[in-house]
Design a protein around this ligand. Structure first.
Ligand code: FEO
Length: 408
């Protein structure tokens, strides 16, 4: 067994013993350009405790880091804050090897872990608000249902003022540095936003509840330790990420539009460019995202703080273009709220593509600007003028909506 990997002490009693996944680029459909980490935490006290594990293939790395601090067999307690396999994949082997006296998860977590690993019991449920004595240390559990899964909970170690927040406040970012204040803020901002947009956006109402719950509990948090990416240890960084989550969960529109489109013979492309002109002329911040050149998860990231989604597709074989369908299906699942929408596209002899996009966006609850704008074969000057005007119309609706949101 390798002793290559070392733990990183992060508080008086806690060591980071997770794994760095430098290689992962596809996290179930999310492009993780910068890799990820699976964070596990070792609490050293009278009763050594492991909070979360790692993806199954990183078991040896985690165990090596644990061994740099303590004989893994002395670990008495194992906590599973979240049952998804990037944190629980190594759980069965960990239990087998270290044979902890006690394993805990939330009530839903106990069931989820059984449904995953079929271990036949042995995991105990903790109640919301329950405190577990680890000897001189105390770990309190707070249920945070649907942040990310029904089983999700966070754990608070009172003596070190550290909150283990599982997926919450995390990001997919592999780095040698363990703390947020050691990382370029622009990278941090982008990856935190990308994680929220792609993982947590559809759960925003639960994020609001979790933020309210944490505020009500008024736990003095001096360190925020998620299961992915860097750990927050300064008041400034903790305040920053909590503030960002409050903003993102509110889904307030801004004067930003995302135009997602694809094209066969450049007709829909020409329409997109004319729509851009209309939007930009009205002062809207526009992101042009050709669907074949932009990953769906980057489109989702741009949408996080946008107020309008404009989608264009040619009609191919009586339906929308495959790359547009991919982006639209993904965005529909993320269920963005409080957004203006519009659809457009060129066609030859039937025009189902743009119609399908319009109907899907309307079905998602977007406030649609007019009907879909269709152009037969190739847009002429008059058609391009209509496209430009659509951009102006969207911009004006968007500006009025943003203005209406400003507190009096
Ligand atoms: Fe990082 Fe929901 O798992």
């Amino acid at each position: 067994m390798t002793d290559t990997f070392k733990a990183v002490q992060i508080t008086d009693h806690v060591h980071w013993v997770g794994a760095i996944d430098w290689d992962v680029r596809d996290f179930h459909g999310y492009l993780t350009q910068r890799g990820s980490t699976y964070n596990a935490y070792l609490i050293m006290g009278e009763r050594p405790t492991l909070v979360d594990t790692v993806k199954a293939e990183f078991f040896d790395e985690m165990l090596s880091r644990i061994r740099s601090v303590v004989d893994p067999k002395t670990i008495e307690v194992l906590i599973s804050n979240h049952a998804e396999m990037d944190h629980s994949g190594a759980l069965p082997r960990t239990i087998e090897q270290i044979q902890p006296k006690e394993v805990y998860a939330s009530k839903a977590g106990v069931q989820a872990l059984e449904d995953h690993f079929h271990m036949g019991g042995g995991i105990q449920a903790v109640a919301d608000g329950q405190t577990l004595s680890l000897g001189e240390l105390n770990l309190t559990f707070v249920e945070t249902r649907m942040c990310h899964w029904p089983d999700s909970m966070v754990s608070y170690l009172a003596e070190d003022h550290i909150l283990f927040s599982q997926d919450g406040f995390g990001m997919h970012l592999a780095s040698a540095e363990r703390f947020a204040d050691e990382i370029d803020p622009s990278v941090l901002g982008h990856e935190a936003a990308k994680y929220y947009a792609n993982i947590l956006l559809p759960l925003s109402k639960f994020i609001v509840k979790t933020l309210d719950k944490l505020q009500m509990l008024d736990l003095p948090i001096q360190m925020l330790a998620p299961d992915h990416g860097p750990i927050y240890r300064t008041e400034k960084d903790i305040g920053w990420i909590l503030g960002k989550y409050a903003d993102w969960a509110a889904q307030k529109p801004t004067c930003k539009a995302v135009v997602v489109y694809d094209t066969m013979w450049q007709s829909t492309d020409k329409m997109a460019r004319a729509i851009h002109e209309g939007l930009a002329a009205e002062g809207v911040d526009v992101r042009m995202m050709p669907a074949r050149g932009c990953h769906r998860s980057d489109i989702a990231t741009e949408l996080l703080d946008a107020g309008a989604l404009v989608m264009g597709t040619p009609t191919i074989n009586n339906t929308m273009f495959p790359s547009v369908a991919d982006a639209l299906t993904y965005i529909r699942g993320l269920a963005p709220k409080n957004m203006i929408g519009a659809a457009f596209g060129s066609y030859g002899w039937s025009a189902e593509g743009a119609k399908e996009v319009h109907e899907t966006l309307a079905g998602m609850g977007l406030e649609m600007v007019g009907e879909e704008l269709k152009v037969k074969y190739v847009p002429d000057e008059a058609a391009l003028a209509r496209c430009r005007q659509l951009g102006v119309d969207i911009a004006q609706r968007l500006k009025a909506k943003v203005q209406a949101e400003v507190p009096a």
